[in-house]
Ligand binder design. Sequence first.
Ligand code: ATP
Length: 223
Amino acid sequence: MIEFIHVFKRYPGGFDALRDINLRIEAGEMAFITGHSGAGKSTLLRLITAIERPTRGEAAVNSKNLTKLPRRRIPWFRREIGVVFQDHKLLFDRTVYDNVALPLIVTGTDDKEIPKRVRAALEMVGLLDKERMLPVTLSGGEQQRVGIARAVVNKPPLLLADEPTGNLDSTLSDEILDLFLDFHHHGVTVLIATHDLHLIDRARRRVIELNHGELARDTGAKT
Ligand SMILES: Nc1ncnc2c1ncn2[C@@H]1O[C@H](COP(=O)(O)OP(=O)(O)OP(=O)(O)O)[C@@H](O)[C@H]1O
């Protein structure tokens, strides 16, 4: 699903955020990316979603070569990737239903399909009874679950999360982890960038650690 070969990312100004990253993540795997603040975790996710391009090296996601992907193909490429953010990025003047429906509307899903798909996603995260509420009336954990429903409503084969439990206490974090484990058990490839060692310990999955832009540890690397 993801393959990086000798990937470097240098930001304008000359800072090397990633250096010589070699990484292979199979379809259906679940892995955590960890490392100190500034280690390059978000940069790695930005390369995977084609927000940034590698400066050197070869990178492929879902069989698409990211170094060669034409700009006009990027929206199509991104339909295959669900992204969960620490701060949810919900629209606060729209209901839970509308927030989750948004990716379907953007991708031109048939109107008749939309309610079915939105409710299936809300059911997966246990929020079916909150579809008419505004996000501001929900707890932090519930808001994060709306963000997850929105990320999976298009049924992407790849789910990325950047500090998804950053603002949550440990009980709520465990609930969010259980959701990610569920998606993983249903065959979705899941990649989570986090500082949360409790989360990583509990999940018992592959850990990829970055240190100053270099791969310091990969418990799942094949030799
Ligand atoms: N657009 C940019 N231009 C220049 N430098 C950047 C840019 N984005 C990130 N950096 C630098 O690249 C390095 C890696 O940043 P990145 O956001 O990937 O780290 P991170 O591991 O996700 O950190 P955190 O845990 O604090 O979010 C940092 O030193 C950061 O200052």
